[in-house]
Design a protein around this ligand. Structure first.
Ligand code: SAM
Length: 263
């Protein structure tokens, strides 16, 4: 994560918003990155463990928010989950998810273009029995109020008692992170932060996955957000304490915290 200096060229640009994030995920670099992962990587060991533990009923109707090119939904389908709907606001990624599902014969899966902060009305007609928002997708929504809207939306379209499984970073998890964030805090107090950022905890950087906006929360912040949006916290734990991941998974993703809440 590199792009958080207060350089003048950055200062003159506007704030990151949903359109910035949507354009970044529709960009060819990101599309190739997430499509390759959907084709080749599948579920992480920790995701598999948490899905087995909290979504034991393979015929339950489930909603995956921010499904991207279908990495999670299509891998779940291959485990026997047949009633999955994946939504994403990046049209190019949804096209890739549909193509991979067709190639694998996963005809029962539904992939739709939709925004997690404003879910289509018809999604609540037959409430879902579980929701997933994996690989930190919720934290790629700029603005805490908007992330809370997405949490409320997820709750609106599922049955009472349904589980929500999602991941975030945790900016207080390691000593190094804590000291880097102390420096960032000094930058903010001096007005030297990247002015495109919306809130303290935000990052906007570029790597092999393309340009990425990410909010890195504290554990307390997520507990507050769950409570404020009507979710009941059930469980949270850092990924490294749940499972040992393979090198390809480490190459694709960094440490995160898994969260489970119920509606
Ligand atoms: C890190 S990617 C993960 C993609 C996929 N779940 C995976 O693990 O390979 C996060 C995804 O969330 C989607 N996303 C971010 N904000 C969204 C929103 N407001 N509505 C719908 N999708 C969103 C992005 O387009 C992107 O596909």
């Amino acid at each position: 994560m590199t792009a958080h200096s207060g350089r003048k060229s950055e200062k003159s640009r506007g704030k990151i918003n949903a359109s910035t994030v949507q354009a970044d995920f529709n960009d060819l670099t990101a599309v190739l990155h997430y499509t390759k992962a959907a084709h080749e990587l599948g579920l992480w060991a920790s995701e598999r463990l948490m899905i087995d533990r909290h979504f034991p009923n393979r015929s339950a109707s489930l909603l995956e928010l921010g499904c991207g090119a279908g990495r999670v939904s299509i891998a779940m389908w291959s485990l026997g989950y047949s009633r999955l709907t994946g939504i994403d606001f990046a049209e190019q990624l949804i096209d890739q998810a549909k193509a991979l599902a067709a190639e694998r014969g996963a005809t029962s899966l539904v992939f739709r273009h939709a925004d997690a902060t404003s879910l289509p009305a018809d999604l609540s007609r037959e409430p879902f029995e579980g929701v997933l928002f994996l690989f930190n997708g919720l934290m790629q929504i700029p603005g805490r109020d908007n992330r809370r809207i997405a949490l409320r939306e997820a709750r609106r379209v599922c049955k009472v008692g349904s589980p929500l499984l999602f991941t975030t970073h945790d900016r207080e998890d390691s000593r190094i992170e804590r000291s880097l964030w102390r420096l960032e805090s000094t930058r903010w107090s001096m007005g030297m932060q990247d002015s495109r950022l919306v809130e303290f905890g935000d990052r906007y950087f570029e790597d092999e996955a393309g340009r990425t906006f990410m909010h890195l929360p504290t554990r307390t912040e997520i507990l507050e957000d769950l409570e404020a949006t009507g979710w009941t916290h059930v469980f949270d734990e850092m990924r490294r304490r749940l499972a040992k991941e393979s090198k390809p998974v480490h190459d694709f993703s960094d440490e995160c915290r898994f969260w489970v809440a119920t509606a």
